[in-house]
Design a protein around this ligand. Structure first.
Ligand code: NAD
Length: 297
């Protein structure tokens, strides 16, 4: 039986680890949060007392951590000293390209195989095992990586060499942040014009403004599929996480010389929303700000 160490059992990692356990793999799970560890235990994983205990003897190590500094620290200080030589290490967090490349080089030097494999799809897809993975890795490792990710994925695509998965993810999420704001503005205007939200959803989702933010992650409560907006904007993709990704995009744009004025505007708006105290709310909560109803948050 394949043994998987799963580190980081938050909104995303919790469901992902559960799907590995459902696929009859032996999952040793670790998170700093006792509550997250308890949920993983209930989902069929074996809780570990530390990263070192989780990765010891694991064939595959999967991480789903908040940001670059966590990934660098966990791999260099905790995974590398304790994991089995030759183990396949897969980081699914969204982080900057430079950190991904630096961690990949450090792990390769120590005899591990590595992949940056960030995901698209959100918490619902993490729970359902239908995430899209974008992978940066050595070409010869891709088949094993695809197999390792299978219980959690709808599709896995190799983007290129180390860091390419993160590059694809940063571009994707910059477009996502812009599209979410555009969708929220359209609903806010529709309300002012006296349109019924359900009728507008029905029309827009079948017209040229159709996008994932509208049809799969509708920011207006009560219309479209069940999303974070129907749960008081709790438990989805936090505003602080979206802001992190938009900052990564702006940083990458500045370094590469790409023109991303809408991405810059999205970063400014999410930075303000975060500073107003809504960093823990789902990123679709900007809907209530843009319609002037912060009181409902
Ligand atoms: P989260 O904050 O819910 O989960 C992160 C988990 O990592 C937490 O449970 C935390 O306790 C744990 N953690 C932090 N440091 C640790 C350490 N040193 N050792 C062990 N555990 C540690 O975040 P999330 O929403 O699950 O997002 C995780 C990653 O996935 C982020 O990089 C995010 O950008 C990305 N992502 C999130 C979504 C989404 O919809 N939430 C979608 C795609 C990608």
């Amino acid at each position: 039986m394949t043994t998987i160490a799963f580190i980081g059992l938050g909104n995303m990692g919790g469901g992902m680890a559960a799907n590995q356990a459902k696929a009859q793999r032996s999952v040793r799970a670790f998170d700093l949060s006792a509550a997250a560890l308890k949920r993983a235990d209930e989902a069929g994983c074996t809780p570990a007392a530390s990263v070192a205990e989780a990765v010891k003897d694991a064939d595959i190590v999967i991480t789903m951590l908040p940001a670059g500094p966590h990934v660098r620290q966990v791999y260099t200080e905790q995974v590398a000293p304790s994991a089995r030589p030759g183990a396949l290490l897969i980081d699914c967090s969204t982080i900057d390209v430079e950190t991904a490349r630096a961690v990949a080089a450090a792990m390769q030097e120590k005899g591990f195989r590595f992949a940056d494999a960030p995901v698209s799809g959100g918490v619902a897809a993490a729970d359902a095992g239908t995430l899209a993975f974008m992978v940066g890795c050595e070409a010869e490792d891709f088949a094993d990586i695809e197999e390792a990710l299978k219980p959690m994925s709808r599709i896995t695509i190799r983007a290129g060499a180390f860091g390419a998965g993160q590059a694809a993810k940063i571009c994707n999420n910059m477009a996502l942040g812009i599209q979410m704001l555009a969708t929220c503005e359209a609903f806010a205007l529709a309300e002012k014009l006296g349109l019924d939200a359900g009728a507008f959803f029905e029309i827009a989702s079948k017209s040229s403004s159709q996008c994932w933010s509208l049809t799969a992650y509708c920011p207006w409560p009560g219309v479209g599929p069940q999303t974070a907006s129907d749960r008081g904007y709790e438990g989805g993709f936090a505003t602080a996480m979206m802001l992190k990704d938009l900052k990564l995009a702006q940083d990458a744009a500045a370094k590469s010389g790409a023109a991303t004025p809408m991405g810059a505007q999205a970063e400014a708006l999410y930075a303000l929303f975060d500073r107003m105290g809504f960093g823990n709310k789902d990123f679709s909560a900007v809907q209530q700000w843009l319609r002037g109803r912060l009181d409902v948050l």
